[in-house]
Design a protein around this ligand. Sequence first.
Ligand code: GCU
Length: 682
Amino acid sequence: LAQKDYKLWLQYEKKTNSKTISDYLSNIKGIVVLEDTETLKIAKNELHTALNDMLGNKMQAGAKLEGNNTIILGSKLALSPEIQKEIGSGFDLINDEGFIIKSISVSNKNHIVITGKKDIGVLYGVYHFLRLIQTNKPIQNLNIADSPKTNIRILNHWDNLDRTIERGYAGFSLWNWQKLPGFIDQRYVDYARANASIGINGTVLTNVNANALILTPQYLEKVEALANVFRPYGIKVYLTARFSAPIEIGGLKTADPKDPGVVNWWKDKAKEIYKRIPDFGGFLVKANSEGQPGPQNYGRDHVDGANMLADAVAPFGGVIMWRAFVYSEHDANDRAKQAYAEFVPYDGKFKENVIVQVKNGAIDFQPREPFHPMFGAMPKTPLMMEFQITQEYLGFSTHLVFLPKLFQEVLEADTYQKGKGTTVAKVVDGSYIKTKLTGIAGVSNIGNDLNWTGHPFAQANWYGFGRLSWNPNLDSETIADEWLRCTFSNDENFISPIKKMMIESREAVVNYMTPLGLHHIMDTGHHYGPGPWVSNLSRPEWNPVYYHKADKNGIGFDRSKTGTNATSQYAPEVEKLFDNVKTCPEKDLLWFHHLDWDYKLKNGQTLWDGLALKYQEGVDQVKNMQNIWNKAEKYIDNERFKEVQMLLQIQYKEAKWWRDACLLYFQQYSGKELPVGVEKPA
Ligand code: GCU
C-alpha cells in the first residue's frame, strides 16, 4: 500500500465503470510513435502503461500508422504532410515547450495527435492527455494548444552534501552523493517523471547556503550523472555557487569579482561544467545575506557579483539567478524595506542572463504576507518569483495547508506599477515587461520519505507549484480538483468536501498562527510552534517581539507614514490603500499598523476581541477539517486515510497550542478578558 503514497498523482488507477472504459477505448485503439528520441520513448512508455493500467486493455504501441483511432505521438518535423495540414496554424499558437492535442481525420480515419515543436512538448502533451483520462474528462473532438507561460520553472532544493536538508521535513536528500555517479537510484527517474508531468523544467540540487565542494570535479561527476537522468524529461540541472569558492576550492587569495584571477577562475569553472553538462542551467546565488559571502565583502555590489558570474556562463547559454533575500542587522529599523532599498537602484544594470529572484513577500515565507514591493518596481530587470513549498513557517510537513491558495493570492495581487491590472503574475510571466527570462522557483518539500513530502497532502503543494509555474493564472480550486482526482478518487462525494477542506486550510493556518497581519511570531530557530515572547536574540530582527510590537497601547507594526513608511515602496494606489488604516485590508492590518486594543474592526468587534476570535476560528476550522476527513474513510485506502487522520489530530492539538500561547501572552498587554466564544486555555 505504501506504493500508493509513492506514486503521487500518477496513480493511473483502473477505472471501475465499464461504460467509462468502453467510451475511452472506442477512441483509443493503439499508439503510434513517429520518432525515436529518448524523450519520445518516455512519452510512449508513460502513455502505454498508463492507458493499460487505467483501461485494463493490452493495446499495441507501434511505429506505423494503421487502422483507426490511434494516438499519434511526434514532434512537428516528424509529422506527415497530411497530419501537419490537419494541425494547420496550430503551431503558431505554441512556444518551444508547448503542445497540441488534436482530434484529426487522415484518409477518412480518426486519430488523436499529440505534438509540439520539440519532443518535450509531446511529453507534456501526453501528461495533459493522461490527466484528462485520470480526471474522467471526455476526449472527443479535442483541440488543445497550450504552452508554459514562464521559461524557468524550477525547484530549489536546500539540500546539503551530507544529505541533511535545510528546512526539510520529509527525510533526507534524494541525492545519494556517496553512491553517485555509479548508482542511479530509481527515485531519480521517478522524481524526473513527476516533475515533467507538471511542467517543471529545472532543479537546483544544492542549498542556497552553499558548499563550494559541489563545484569540485569529484562532485561535478555526480551532478553530471543526475543531469543525464533528468535531460530526456526536459529538466535542466543548476547549482548554487558559493561566492567564496575561488578561495575555498580554487586556492586564490580573494573572491573579489573585479579581480582578473577570480574572473578567470569562474570562466574556467563554467567551461569545465559545460564540458560535462552541455545544457547546464546556471547558478543560483545567495550573496551577502545571513552571513553568506558576496561581492560586498570586497566593497563591490550585487551588480558586480551577478554580472561577473553571468559573463562566465553566457557563452554556454547559462543563467544567473541572483537572490534578493537580503537584510542587515545594521539597519534594523524595518527589515521589510531592505531588499527593495538595496536592489531597486540597480534596475537595468544587470546583464541579460541575470534574473533577480524575489521571495513572495518582504519578510520570509509567512502564512500570509502582502506581495513583495519589488514586483513591478524594476521595469528594466527580469524578476522571478521564489515561493517556499516546504512549510518552514506553516507547521512543517505535520500541518495540512494547501499552498496554491497562498500562491494564487500573491500572483493575483495588483501592483498597479503600470496601472490597474499589473498583477504580480504579469510581472512574473513577462507580460509586464518583455524580457528574455521569466521564472518561478519553489523551495522544495521533497525528501527521501516513502511518500516524498512527509504529509500526503504536501504532495499537492509540489503538484500545485508545478501547475502554477506553468500557468500563473490557474485557479487553486482547479488545481485541488485535478490533484485529488489523480491522487485519490473521482468520486464526487469525496472530491467536493475534501476540496473545500483544502481550500480552507490556508485561512485556517493564518487564523491559528498569525491572524490580522501578524507575522514572524514562531519560536525562533526552528520556526515551529508559537514564540511571540522571544526577545533575547542578538539581532533585533530575529526576535518575534520586533514584529508584533505588542504593548499596553496595542499591537502591530506601523509601516505607514507615521511609522517606517514601508508603504511608500508600493505604487501610489497600493501605498494609499495600505497606508490608510480605513482602507487597509484587515487581513494585513497589523502588518502595516500599530493599533489600540480597543480599535474597532469593520464588524464592530474590538481589536482584542477580534484577534481572539480569529485564533478560535482557526482552531474550529481544523476541527472541521477533521470532521470532513473522517467521512472520507470509505472512499480511499486505509493507509493514507490513517496517516492524514493522525496528522490532523496533531494539527488540532497544535492549533489550540498556538491559540492559547498567543492569547495568554498578548493578554498581559491588553489586560482584557477573552470574549465569549473563545475557549479558555486548559
Ligand atoms: C529563511 C530560512 C533560512 C534560509 C533563508 C534563505 O531565513 O530560515 O534557513 O537560508 O530563509 O532563504 O536564504
